[in-house]
Design a protein around this ligand. Structure first.
Ligand SMILES: [Fe+2]
Ligand SMILES: [Fe+2]
Length: 147
């Protein structure tokens, strides 16, 4: 049986920055795929978990780049990302050493990510849009080279 993982990001979690929404979709798709792969009693695909963390790191860097380009403040958001990556790496280490099961890791990752989109990424998207609007409507500085 083939599992259709298309469209796993609920509409309520869209933040209206297409380059970020597409990555959020990919993160949820990977979590759903890992849940399916861990169903049953076979060995857990730990490389898939590491790949999820690598993709998260890439995603956080993308958000930082979007903020930088829009000149939006990102200091507190970056700190939240760093703390999350640290917590997920520690949790994955616990999975590797048999101190935490894969389902617990996935529940934690999914819960954290949904909460993060609602509480941090949505305000971040609003501030990026506001900064973009401000820079597009700011009067252009005209420098005359004539004396
Ligand atoms: Fe995000
Ligand atoms: Fe974020």
């Amino acid at each position: 049986m083939e599992i259709n993982l298309a469209g796993v990001l609920p509409e309520a979690l869209l933040i209206d920055l297409p380059e970020i929404d597409v990555q959020h979709e990919e993160i949820f798709r990977r979590i759903e795929s890992l849940k399916a792969a861990c169903f049953g009693s076979g060995p857990a695909p730990l490389e898939g978990f590491q790949s999820l963390l690598d993709y998260l790191k890439h995603h956080f860097a993308t958000e930082e780049q979007v903020a930088l380009e829009a000149a939006a403040d990102f200091v507190d958001h970056a700190k939240v990302h760093r703390e999350n990556l640290h917590a997920l790496r520690r949790a994955l280490g616990e999975v590797r050493h048999g101190k935490r099961d894969v389902h617990s890791f996935l529940r934690y990752a999914e819960y954290w990510f949904e909460r993060h989109i609602n509480e941090e990424d949505k305000p971040f998207a609003a501030s990026v849009r506001a900064c973009r609007l401000k820079s597009s409507t700011a009067p252009q500085l005209v420098v005359s080279l004539q004396a």
